[in-house]
Design a binder for this molecule. Structure first.
Ligand code: HEC
Ligand code: HEC
Length: 409
């Protein structure tokens, strides 16, 4: 009985694939299931691999999980939001998290490589003050929207304590991630103090502000609430409030057939057929794994960015809210979705754009991804149905330090 069930499960999975594969597999399926049980078990191995890379998509959950030791509360979110906009967290008191993750830009940024320390201006107009000895931040700024779901798999499972963060997944959880930019030289720290000292200096500054003492006390009811750990927890709780689970794609997946237009539905089909979902899958349209695509280097950087473990692999980004994550890829070297699709078309023809990444080290899933020029506009219209404008865009009127809200922007 169980054996029969296993057979029918495989069948159900296969039926979701394109009609051609469906026929081929039906035959395989019948042969497999009519032979002995032992044989069927051995043969079922390859289909496990098929399930792993399955193009499976779903709506985003409407609620977020928090780590057991950091449940979200109104007080924590309120505090986290003020910290997010307060440049007191930076060496020269001029850069806030919001400088590079501003609500007007969907909590992302519009420069290819962001300018943190010693910069001024907002969006595309932001530039370095002169004189300047601070480099560009080495990667494109992702959106903070939906990072609460980082790591979620095709079965909607995730562990917020293990959520992968950054283009190379080098830090896990929003709590830990929030402390990194404060220590990073070009993002927030600058020359004033060392990396090892950064968090202690910032904590001392917060302790000197009575309003922060009260707000931390309300959020964490302990004797000495202003700690490095609680700083990370408050910011993480605020970030978990920034989700967009109501795009037209989500409405469609929850049963509203009319939420997507015909060309967007066609686009979804083409997206699947092209093999995009081998990596961009699950509710976030990301497997959160590392893949080598051989994106060209950004000339603004003096050093090569060799990605995860020097393998030139980068993490599959979400495809939600692409209207805000522009310009694209880990180093912002693509200016439009059309350029990206042309890039994938080149890859499927075995062309690498990065001379340091030989053809045979490109991810085989991407070599097999075949877009087809005539399908590009359909795929793009589908991708646009993953945008969702309905998130908290409010900016606090003031922050407890009294400094300019969002830094020098
Ligand atoms: C100077 C611009 C800048 C500032 C300031 C900044 N960030 Fe970022 N942020 C980035 C860049 C660039 C990345 C990607 C870096 C990488 O992958 O190596 C990033 C990545 C992230 C991520 C990971 C998103 C993901 O999906 O991997 C989160 C979350 C985040 N930042 C939150 C914050 C918070 C919280 C602060 C303030 C404490 C902050 N950022 C300050 C530019 C900035
Ligand atoms: C082998 C896995 C894989 C496949 C297949 C794949 N992608 Fe990607 N995608 C990635 C990775 C990894 C990145 C980031 C690469 C980088 O920054 O160096 C990316 C980046 C992107 C981005 C940029 C997002 C942003 O915010 O910067 C878009 C858009 C995109 N892919 C769309 C697609 C489409 C459409 C397809 C199908 C034609 C596709 N991808 C196929 C892994 C994949």
């Amino acid at each position: 009985m169980l054996f029969m069930l296993a057979c029918s499960l495989q069948y159900a999975v296969i039926i979701k694939k394109s009609s051609i594969i469906y026929l081929v597999f039906i035959l395989g399926f019948m042969m497999q299931c009519t032979s002995t049980k032992e044989k069927a078990e051995v043969k079922s191995k390859p289909s496990t691999i098929a399930i792993d890379t399955l193009s499976r998509f779903s709506a985003l959950p409407k609620t977020v999980k928090s780590p057991p030791d950091n449940p979200s509360t109104k007080e924590k979110i309120y505090l986290g939001r003020l910290l997010f906009f307060d440049p007191i967290l930076s060496g020269n008191k001029d850069v806030a998290c919001a400088t590079c993750h501003h609500p007007s830009n969907g909590y992302a940024e519009s420069l290819d490589l962001p300018i943190g320390v010693n910069g001024s201006g907002f969006g595309r107009k932001r530039s370095f003050n002169q004189p300047n000895d601070i480099p560009f931040t080495k990667r494109n700024s992702p959106s903070v929207l939906n990072t609460a779901f980082n790591g979620i798999n095709v079965y909607d499972k995730y562990n917020p304590e293990k959520s992968p963060m950054f283009w190379d997944g080098r830090v896990e959880s929003l709590e830990k991630q929030a402390l990194e930019p404060i220590k990073a030289f070009e993002e927030m720290r600058g020359h004033l103090y060392t990396k090892d000292n950064a968090l202690n200096v910032v904590i001392d500054r917060l302790k000197d502000i009575v309003e922060y003492h009260d707000l931390f006390k309300k959020a964490f009811d302990v004797d000495e609430p202003i700690t490095i750990e609680n700083l990370g927890k408050a910011i993480a709780a605020f970030e978990r409030s920034l989700i967009t689970p109501n795009s037209r794609f989500d409405q469609y997946m929850r049963g509203d057939e009319s939420a997507l237009s015909i060309s967007e539905k066609d686009g979804l089909d083409e997206f699947k057929k092209a093999g995009c979902g081998k990596c961009h899958n699950g509710p976030m349209f990301s497997d959160f794994k590392m893949h080598v695509l051989g994106v060209q280097e950004n000339d603004k950087l003096s050093k090569i960015d060799s990605g995860f473990n020097n393998t030139f692999a980068f993490r599959t980004p979400t495809l939600r809210n692409l209207q805000f994550t522009f310009p694209y890829m880990h180093n912002g070297t693509f200016n439009s979705l059309k350029e990206i699709l042309e890039f994938y078309e080149d890859l499927s023809n075995g062309k690498s754009r990065n001379p340091l990444v030989p053809k045979d080290s490109l991810d085989e899933l991407v070599i097999n991804a075949d877009v087809g020029v005539k399908n590009m506009s359909k795929i793009i219209s589908f991708l646009n149905a993953l945008n969702d404008e309905d998130f908290d865009k409010s900016i606090p009127d003031r922050v407890p330090s009294g400094l300019p809200v969002g830094g020098d922007i």
